[in-house]
Ligand binder design. Sequence first.
Ligand code: NG1
Ligand code: MG
Length: 545
Amino acid sequence: MHPSSKRWDNLAQEFKARFGRPPAYIARAPGRVNLIGEHIDYALFGVFPAAIERDILIACAPRPVPSDPSTHAPGSVIAENLHGKYKRQAFTPTRRPTLGPVGKEDVPKDAVHVEEWHLDIDNKDELKWESYVKAGYYGVLNHYFAPNETSLHPIPVDLLVTGSVPAGSGLSSSAAMVVASTLAFLATNGLLEEEAIKNGNLKAITKGSLVEMSMENERRVGVNSGGMDQAASVISTANSALYVSFFPRLSAERIPLPGSSPIGTQYPKSSSTKSAVFVCANSLVVSDKVVHARTRYNLRVVETLAAARILAPELDADKGEISVDELKSGLERMAREVEVLKPEGAGEGDELGVTMETMIEWSGMGEEAFKDVYLSWVDGKLCSLPFIHSLISFFAIVEATHFQLYNRAKHVYTEALRVLQFREVCLTASSYLSPSEEAETAVLGELGKLMNESQESCSRVFDCSCPELDELTRLAMEAGAYGSRLTGAGWGGCTVSLVDETQVDSFIGKVKAAYPPYRDLEGDALHEVIFATKPSSGACGESSS
Ligand code: NG1
Ligand code: MG
C-alpha cells in the first residue's frame, strides 16, 4: 500500500469530512502470513513470516485543546472506523495505582504502589475493534508520559481506521491494529519528530523498540503471544520474507524467496525464470481468540514451556549467542531427547498426556513454585486483563486433566528445525546464478514438502488445526500447490499454499470448485477469501499536512 494510493487519499478525505481538518499523519501496518514456524515464537525459536499487502491504516490528528485546559481531561480519544459495523468510540485514560514499576511482570509482593495510565480494555464477549487501538495507546502512555507529572500530558487525538486484513483469520489483523495504533499515538504526540528527539526529553523509537512495545501492548488484549506478528508487521521489506529469531535477542534477517530479485540485500539477484507466490485461503472458520482460542493458545504456552523445563538438564541451557549450525544440531538432538517425555510403556493410540501432578513431579519443582512460574502469568495479569476471560483461561488450564508435554515438545523442536531447513533452501537457491528449470522446481518442491510436514505436525502433534483447515490444505495439494499449511495460531483462519505464479488462476478455480464454503462466491467476495500475495513492506507512516 503506497502513500499515494486511492485508499490512502480516500481515508484522508473522509477524515477531513468527519473531523473538519485534514489528518496530521497516516500510520500503516500490514498483516502477515507465516510461511513456516508455528507456535514456536513464544518458545523463542525462529519463525519465517512475511508481511502481506493487506493492512490497517489509521489517519489521525491532535484535537485542539479548549480555551480552558483545566476543564479538559488529558489524552482523550475519539476513534472512528470506516467500516460501518464498528461504532464510534470515545475514551479517556485515567490514572490508577498499580504495583511496582510500570510494565514489569514479576512484581515482588511488597512492591510500592505507583501510578499508571489506565484504559479499560474490555473484550469480554466479542472482539472489540477499539480494544486494539487502546492496547497501542496503553504502551505509548506508560512509556512516555509520567502519570503523576503535570508538565507533560498526552494530547487529545481524533483518529479514523480502515483495514483490509480479515479479522480472526490468522493473518494478524490484531498485530497490524496494535502496531498502527502505537505509531499513530507516537506521531500525534510528537514523539516521532526529529525536533522532539533532539529536545532530549523524549525518546526516539527504533524498529526494534517499536516491535517490543507492540508485543507488550498486544498482550494487554489477553494472549500471551510471542513476537512474530509484530516483528513481521514492523520490519518486513518488499520481496523478502523474514527469519525472525528471539534468542538471545530479537533479530530479523531478510531472506529472498525463490524467484524474487530483492534489491539492496546482500544476496545476488537470481536470474530464475520460475516464480512462486503464496496463496492465502480463509477456511471461514473464525479462530475466536476471545474465549476458546485464547484458552487453547495459553494452554499450549504452558505445556511447551513446562516441557522445556523438564528437558533443560539435557541442554547446555546457559548458552548465550548460538550460531544457526549449533542451533540446528541442538534441535536434532532435542528431537531425539524428547522421547523421555513419553509416558512409560505408551504404545500407538495411547494417551500421551500426563496429569498436573506428574508434570510438577517431573519438573523437579515444588507445587507452589511450579504454579508460580508456569501458571501465575495467567492469573497474574488479572489486574490488567479482562477479568472474566483471564479467569476462564486460568481455570481451564488448571483443570485440564492431561498435559501433552511429549506431543507439544516434539512439534516445537521439529518445527524449529523445519524453519532452519526452509531458510537454508531459500538461501541456497538465491545463490544459483542461472538455475535450470529442474533445479528451480526441485527448490519449490523442497519448500513445499517442509510446509506439508509442518501442517501434519500442527494437525496431529500440536493439535492446532481443525477439519476445515485439514480439508483446505488437502484440496490445495490436489489443485497443484507445492505445499500447503495453516498459518497463524490455527483452529480456524487461513491456510497458506506455495503456488507457481503462472498457475494461480487455475489453482484458485480448482479450490473454489472443491471447497464447499467457496462455491457460491464470485468476484470481490471470492477475492476476499482466497488471494495470492507476495512479501510486502512493513509499517510506515506519512505526515500528511
Ligand atoms: P495469530 O493467530 O495470527 O494472532 C498467534 C500469535 C503468534 C504466534 C502464532 C502461532 C498473537 C498475537 N500471535 O498468531 O505470536 O504464536 O499464533 O504461530 O497471539
Ligand atoms: Mg492475532
